[in-house]
Write a protein that binds this ligand. Structure first.
Ligand code: CP
Ligand code: NVA
Length: 309
């Protein structure tokens, strides 16, 4: 079986993305991790991703081992490459949440098991899978739906804009000047047959949209910029008035944690159009679907029964 890593959602083809969503939505799952381990490494805090991925591993019959960045000391105690080689000896998959995306690339270059991005500065693919799964559950379809992103064009935006495009959705984004996506990301969306319609006016992005999405203005690692960003993003709060411009049946998504009164009003995130709890629950289902896809069949990894002697 070919070794597949998942550092960004477009490491899957659109057909594979649909297959992952189908696995995520299925009532049961093959125990592809029976007798196997999953190393889940977190250089940054996590509530949803750690719990959702650990439980997905359990549901697939495996044993998750969560590791904090400071206990393994990536590039301090040993190199990212050495750590990936060692974790490959014990585990069928390595999931990692890292500050620098390049660390994931270095791990994937030498690991002998799949490396799964659990969030980096550039991407949050497992979140994007849960988000499109949530939209598909709600509307029953994805193709042709309009997604509006309001806020920082960050890691969550990047992965979601790719996943939405792969699923046939159209993507609009509103951000203050200087907080939009890099040209290389827009090219990546174009290479999938999509286009991000960008504006600095949130109303323009949201008008008629089926799905309105936002995220924090200052991501993990950007805490020093929080005040400046709060000023820059004034007017970009997703509130009831803004949601009123979306399609009548529009829904609201947020990866969480949310800052009520900043990127979203309490009335929206806690309101009737919000799917954020379903979205959070779907993190587990999406992780199970993805792991099932990556490890399906005679997946890599060392099982207890067949371990080296
Ligand atoms: N949405 C998300 O990734 O949440 P955590 O940072 O709590 O994992
Ligand atoms: N953009 C946020 C997402 C948190 C789940 C961050 O990177 O901190």
């Amino acid at each position: 079986m070919t070794l597949r890593h998942l550092l960004e959602v477009d490491d899957l083809s659109p057909l594979e993305l649909a297959a992952v969503l189908d696995l995520a939505a299925a009532p049961g799952a093959d125990p592809v991790l029976r007798g196997k381990g999953a190393a889940l490494l977190f250089e940054k805090p996590s509530a949803r991703t750690r719990n959702a991925t650990e439980m997905a591993v359990v549901q697939l019959g495996g044993h998750p081992v969560a590791l904090r960045g400071d206990e393994v000391g990536i590039d301090v105690r040993e190199t990212a490459e050495d750590l990936a080689r060692v974790l490959s000896c014990y585990h069928a998959v390595i999931g990692a949440r890292v500050a620098a995306h390049s660390v994931l690339e270095r791990m994937a270059a030498v690991a002998s098991v799949p490396v799964l991005n659990l969030l980096s500065d550039l991407a949050h693919p497992t979140q994007a899978l849960a988000d499109v799964l949530t939209v598909r559950q709600h509307f029953g379809d994805l193709a042709g739906r309009q997604l509006a992103w309001v806020g920082d064009a960050n890691n969550v935006f990047r992965s979601l804009s790719l996943a939405a495009t792969m699923a046939g959705m159209s993507v609009r984004g509103a951000w203050p000047s200087g907080f939009g996506p890099e040209p290389d990301h827009l090219d990546r969306v174009r290479s999938l047959g999509g286009e991000v319609l960008a504006t600095t006016d949130p109303r323009e992005a949201v008008r008629g949209a089926d799905v309105v999405v936002t995220d924090v203005w200052a991501s993990m690692g950007q805490e020093d910029e929080a005040d400046d960003r709060r000023r820059a993003f004034t007017g970009f709060t997703v509130d009831e008035r803004l949601m009123g411009l979306a399609a009548p049946e529009a829904v609201f998504l947020h990866c969480l944690p949310a800052h009520r009164g900043e990127e979203v009003s309490a009335g929206v995130v806690d309101g009737p159009r919000s799917l954020v709890w379903q979205e959070a629950a779907n993190r587990m289902h999406a992780a199970r679907g993805l792991l099932g896809f990556l490890l399906g069949g005679s997946g890599p990894g060392t099982s207890v029964a067949e371990g080296p002697v």
